[in-house]
Structures are given as C-alpha cells and as structure tokens.
Design a protein around this ligand. Structure first.
Ligand SMILES: [Mg+2]
Length: 255
C-alpha cells in the first residue's frame, strides 16, 4: 500500500499525501537508485531492485516517450548492471550519462592521486571502512563502522582541503569526494535539454542529501519532488520505502 509519512519538522515542506500518478502525458521522470528504487543493504554490492520496479521501468519508459532516467551516485557501469539498459542512465551524480540502449564505455576519468592516496591512508585507520573509486569520485563507506562517522569525516575533510575543485558530501553511511561538476541537478538540466525530455515537466524521486540538488532543479522548473523516507527535504511529497515507490510506478504504468 502507498502511504505518506507525516512531515517531521517545521522546516520540512513534504506534504502528507502521496505524489500524483497522472504524469504520463506531460512529465519526465528522474529516479535515484539506492534507497529509492532499491532498498539499502549493508554491502552496496548486493543492492538490487525489487522485480516489481525492474519490470515496470521499460513500460514506463515507453509510456513517457523516452523521458525516464535513473540518476545515481553509482558509477554508470555499475548502475547499468543493475537497471534495464533501455532507459537513460546518469551515473556518478551526472558525470557520465548513457542514452537508452547505449553500453557504458570504460571510464576515462579518475580522482586526483593526492585524493586517492590520502583517502586510502585515512580509511586504513578505521576497521570496517573502505574506499570505492567511481571514475573521478571516491566514496568512503562506513556502514559497518557507524561509530566512526565524526572522526572519519573530519580526517577526510582535512585531505580534501589539499585538492582543488572537489567537495565532500555526507550521505547515508558514506562520504563522497566529488568534482564540483558532479551534481544531480546539473544532470537533470542536461537531460531536460534532450529531445525526449524537452517541454516536459520534471519529477524527481530520491532518498538522500545528494538528491536535494535534483529536487531544487525540478521544483525550479515547475515540477515536483518526492522524498523517500525520513529527513528534511525540499520535496513536496513523501513515500516511506522503495516498495512504496514500486507501487507508485505500477500505478502510473497501469493508467
Ligand atoms: Mg539514494
């Protein structure tokens, strides 16, 4: 059953109603992957979409005339192994975008060496903390060591100060060092200029801090945003879990 979660603070605009489903004719859909389409897991390698969502996406893509993209912080090659290849895929918070059917090419970008070496040295000091290279982005996962969040964040911040053009973003049990150009809002702006999306009203679903950049852009363009789970958000609507997202996708698809 789809149900909405009550807004949890005065600053939180999320309405206590589920998002509308009559979007096929004139909207474009942007969906985050981890925590939105797929439930979070202790090990990010094991994250997978429920069949109900996976199977709904190709039909939705057709019904939206191609205006459907998955916008993720994962490397686009990793993302492409977990979602239908027939939809648009934006990986690395938008640093790599694959069009429908396109096979993701090998990555040609990497993070600055100072950042890679510095982050590896920090991660080695904490049990259960590991670094993942995602092209120009480095993710530092600490889901298996949640108590380290503060000390880890402060040490990573010190390393980041030695590198230009990067920012450190805290997500759910992860810190990411990403180029200032890696931004889901920018990815959505870029996709909205493509023929399949142009003239449509953007809708974005996401569960984490990095999705707020996308939410700001879709709201600015007259669309709406849907926050999955708890936490302050710019989003006008809220759903509780990826299963509720699956139910919403199938409701839209059946219209
Ligand atoms: Mg997410």
């Amino acid at each position: 059953m789809i149900f909405a979660v009550r807004a949890d603070s005065n600053h939180d605009m999320a309405k206590n109603t589920p998002p509308p489903t009559d979007i096929l004719n004139d909207h474009a859909l942007f969906l985050d992957f981890d925590g939105t389409l797929a439930p979070l897991q202790d090990d990010p390698h094991t994250v997978a979409m429920p069949d109900a969502s996976f199977n709904a996406l190709p039909g939705l893509f057709q019904a939206l005339n191609g205006a459907l993209a998955i916008v993720s912080g994962r490397d686009v090659r990793d993302l492409s192994s977990r979602v239908p290849q027939t939809v648009w895929r934006a990986g690395g918070h938008g640093v790599d975008i694959c069009s429908p059917g396109e096979v993701a090419p090998p990555s040609t970008q990497s993070a600055p060496e100072a950042l890679t070496l510095g982050f590896d040295a920090v991660a080695e000091q904490f049990d259960g903390v590991w670094c993942e290279a995602k092209g120009p982005i480095i993710a530092v996962h600490y889901r298996q060591a949640p108590g380290t969040a503060e000390a880890l964040g402060s040490q990573l911040s010190s390393v980041l100060k030695t590198v230009d053009g990067y920012k450190l973003q805290a997500g759910k049990m992860v810190y990411e060092a990403k180029p200032l150009t890696a931004n889901k809002g920018r990815a959505i702006e870029h996709l909205m200029r493509q023929a399949a999306f142009a003239g449509r009203i953007p809708v974005m679903f996401g569960d984490d801090v990095t999705d707020e950049d996308g939410f700001a852009v879709v709201i600015e363009m007259g669309g709406f945003a849907v926050k999955i789970g708890e936490g302050d958000s710019l989003a006008q609507y809220r759903l509780e879990t990826p299963n509720d997202v699956a139910e919403w996708l199938n409701k839209v698809n059946s219209q």
